[in-house]
Structure formats: C-alpha cells, structure tokens
Write a protein that binds this ligand. Sequence first.
Ligand SMILES: [Fe+2]
Length: 432
Amino acid sequence: MTSAEWKELQKGMKEKWPQPKYITDNPEPERSHTSYRDETYELITRWMSETKIEYRPHAKAPGTKSHVRYEKYAMAKTVGEALELGSWPADWCWDYERGFIKVLGPVRTDPIDPVNCFDTTALTDVDRCIYRWSVKELAKKCGLSLQDLRDNTNTGESAIMRAHRLVSQRTAKAALLAAKKDGRCITDGELLKTLQEWGFARNPNRNNVMPDGRDWVWSDTLGLMRDRTGDIHLTKATTNYPEVTEIINKWLTDRLPAEAKGFKFTSLNLNKNYAARMHRDGNNFGPSMIAAFGGFQGGELNYWCEDNKEEGLDQLEGRPKESLKLGQGLALFNGNSAHSVEKFEGERYSVVYFTAGCHAKAPPEDRGSPPSGSSGCPTPRQTRSSSRSCGARADIPSRDAAPEPPAFRYWPRAALGQEMPPSSRRSSRTRS
Ligand SMILES: [Fe+2]
C-alpha cells in the first residue's frame, strides 16, 4: 500500500470510528502517551478471551513497525485472537483511546481477580495477561512496588484491593501526622479521602441490609469481629492498615460531645454507596455512633426508636420515625431497633462505631490492645452507663431503677466545632 493509497482510505474514517467521548470531551494534551485514562483501564481490564472486537481497517500509516504489527493483529475478531496475533493490553489501550477498536462484547462485570477465583485453571491466556499487566500498571500509578502488592498472602485481598488499601493507609498516615503537628482534629475531608481510597470488599453476607435486587454490598469491618469459624479477634485489615483504623477512631474521639465522653466501641463498620433496607442489627452491644461522608443528597438514617422488637419489620413501615441527616451530624442510636437508609444520589460513605456483642470472648491480646485510637472494650456496666449518659437506649437489661433515657441523640457537626458551611447550620433533624 502506498502512502497516497493509505491517505485516500482514511477519508471519513475518523467520523466512522470516533474516539471515546471521555477523550474528546476532556482532552489532556500534556498526558504521557503511555499513561492511559482510568476509563480505559476500567474497560480493558474487563475484557475476556471471547469478547468480540472490531478493528478500524488500516488505521496506522505504512512505513512503520506499528503498521506491520497492526495489519496483522487487526484481523482479530475477538480479544483472544488479538493476543494470539501479537497485540498486548498496552496496544489495546492505545488503539481504543484513538478509536481504532469497537467493542461488541461481552465484557466482565468486574476486572479479573485471580485471588478470588475458585478455579484458577479456568483462567485463559487473556485473563492472565490482563491481570499481570493491570497489577504492574496499578503499582506504577499508585507509586507502590510490585512486592507491596504481592504481600497479600492469607489476607483474601486481590492485588487491586491491596493497592487501594495501601494508598488509603498512606493518606491516613499523612493526615494523622499533619493533625498532630498542627494540634487539631482530623477533618471530615481527611476522613472522606481515606474512605474514598480504601479498597472495599464485596460483602455477600449482610443479607439483612441488602437493598432489593442486590446480592452483595461494599461493607468492611475493622476492629473486633467474629469470623466464620466462631473465632473472635481483630480483623486482618485492622492490623494490616493500622493508620486507617486510627484515623477513623480519632475522627470520633476528637469530637465526642461532653455528655458522650464515656462512649466505648470495639469495632467499625464501613459502608460505601448503598442504602440499607430496614433491619435490626443482631450482634451489637449497647449504643452505636454513626456518621456519613461524601457528596450526596438524601441518605438520611431512618430510625424507629420506639421499636422494641415485638413487631415484625413490615408492621413498622407507617410508624413515626426519626430522620437523621448523617452527612451533617453525628448520631447515637440503638442498632438493635429498626433502622434503614433513605435512597440517595451521589457518593456516600458511612461509619458505624459499635461494640461487638461477642467482645467479652475475644482473646486477651486483642482485648488488651484495641485498635489504636479507640476507647477500648467496654464492660456491660460501662455500656449501660455510657448509654444512659449519652441518652441512647442500650439493648441491655438494667436492674436498677434509673429513668429510661431518650432513645437516641443527634449532634450537628458544627456544634462539635467541625467543618460545616454556614448554610447547613439549620436544624438537621426532622420527625416524620
Ligand atoms: Fe444497621
């Protein structure tokens, strides 16, 4: 093919084979040629051997090595064939960003993750190639070594999840140092960034909170937890990423209201981007604290504070409930009474500070060394007492004749001396 013939063939091709919209809408001319967009990685890491693709004919100019290679691999009709014909994930990124490849599907819902594959013998050459490449790219992008990412034996984490968690840990460490140096509290922004970078696990076990139509939620527990074998200990993520645990704990302990200074907790429940359906928590001991972070609208905590578990959840639907704006406040409530999260739009993270019901059976080394920054394991007496002084009913029988406390407390975050725009300083709690 002569150069003139090639130029003739290119007429109208850019219109027929447009670049992805995220490239044309937001050109980044200063970006390195071998640094690809997040959207590109997000797509290419979900390709499979059988994913059907179509190459733009004769897209590369003759007289170059890349033309020779392209003419060969552009015959491929699937990703598996493209690999066999000599192209690699980096070629796929390059070609896709320039509009040279159309993807006809199917693609995976999520990137390949060999750590969580039940049968690694079923992995194809394309799966292995994409995974090895994506881990290297991720390490480079996050400023981590490959050894950092491989150091995940027995943690149940994929390399991708570990990369996110290491970055989150780095952020938390820097924020803790900065706060200490400046003699200030951990800010909402610092906690939000730590949560945004955290690699959440897909949790298929929280059936009681799963919204309709979902079979997993982004949800992790730090601190004490009972595992599937009944053993009670600090979760691996707690000890592997101590600064993440510490910054979350410190955010609360730095700003505990005076009447809640005695609040104790052993565990943290982290949730990302799901609206829990109405449920009662079964394994909590005493009251919990809860707050939410991120840019979201809606997402209030619905709380049936009068619920004493004598009725079915469906009977509570029309009953009066509290609606707590957790994005602007801190709430103390009894997780054993019915609660749910209102639908929301945007990015929403929530943190629940609670005491695991099983905590008294934890080994002494875990009870004696609570997650750094937490206020340690409470005794039943302490929990009753903190519940009363904080004003939330704990689900613990009390034999003395003290008056029943209110069922919950809500503190606007501004009242705790923290970041909140003046326009948000109106009452954030409504009764419905
Ligand atoms: Fe809950």
